[in-house]
Design a protein around this ligand. Sequence first.
Ligand code: NAP
Length: 319
Amino acid sequence: MAEKIVIIGSGPAGWTAAIYAARANLNPIVYEGEPSNIMIPGGQLMYTTEVENYPGFPAGIQGTEMMGLFRKQSQRFDTQIYTEDITSVDFSSHPFHLKSSENNEVEALTVIIATGARANWLNLPNEQRLAHSGGGVSACAICDGALPAYRDKVLVVVGGGDSAIEEGLYLTKFASKVIIVHRRDKLRASPIMQERAKANSKIEFKWNSIVIDVLGDKIISGVRSQNTFTKEESDLNCGGLFIAIGHTPNTSFLAGHVELDEKGFIITPKPWRTATSVEGVFAAGDVMDPYYKQAVTAAGTGCMAALEAERWLTHKGMV
Ligand code: NAP
């Protein structure tokens, strides 16, 4: 028998959708994902320390704790949770057909996609080699920065957005110095983050520069950077490299099944709606939001998707 609602993803959007769907007696199933080197259940907030801008937590809350609470709240209303990825979908006939990483199959009357987004890399051969071997290259300072290997070292962060600044500030707790390498001479980060970074004596900036190679055999010893104007190259000695250059939506399993934009974000054609190009399939959170990308907006769209799915099921006479 087909499930009324299957939710793919377990960040704020997925859990909020589950809470709303469960309270509407839709018996939701959540595929929370398998832990991998790209993503873990709970999504990007699992890589965050203090969350200060989610309403309801006046003293702030740790990202991991917050996602634990979201998950627990969904379980209170009997959400079924599978720690598996959905690896393929067939939306060409109804009920929809989904397959999981454990080769399980599920049929669904409605699907909410809330798979979020993941970190981008520079894609340099030595960056990838050292990232995969645990040689001091990471795309998540919050996850890895506190490791003993990074203590009292010079650490390099690449990027100029809020993530780069947030990660740079975080790393100053452990590093002797943090050098933020940015390809322009102006940060994209919000003014308050810029002020915090510029006021921190442990942070230096290397402007108009890109990292073109990562040095070191088993462990990083430095990075080679290039000035974007003069093309002059120089080496920076460092004990760690953190890449913070944005994110890509987790939608590769959806190509050809639901309409995506040029960056891979799911298109929700109607304003203030989470319905996708496929009737009965809804999207919520960072996977459909290249603009706000906040936990609270993800939760909001998760709520919207569950309500929309419920109304769609009712309208179709399926519940
Ligand atoms: P972002 O805002 O897209 O910034 C990405 C940065 O990486 C940009 O500075 C970009 O340079 C640089 N970049 C991109 N590709 C690059 C490449 N190949 N080589 C070198 N540099 C590259 O991404 P984000 O910082 O992850 O932030 C995403 C969203 O989350 C934003 O809306 C942000 O406000 C939000 N956020 C908020 C907080 C907070 O409020 N505490 C924390 C983290 C993130 P250019 O500037 O030249 O394009």
